[in-house]
Design a protein. Structure first.
Length: 40
């Protein structure tokens, strides 16, 4: 993940906006639907 992209994340962004900005998460926990994990 690039720092300048992370700095563009804002509260209230949709999942689609986040994925467009920083890509798909590395892990999606089926028990915590609102939590995405990005592993670098």
């Amino acid at each position: 993940l690039e720092r300048f992209k992370i700095n563009q994340l804002k509260v209230g962004m949709s999942k689609a906006q986040v994925q467009d900005l920083i890509g798909s998460p590395s892990v999606i926990d089926p028990f915590h639907n609102n939590q995405w994990d990005y592993i670098n």
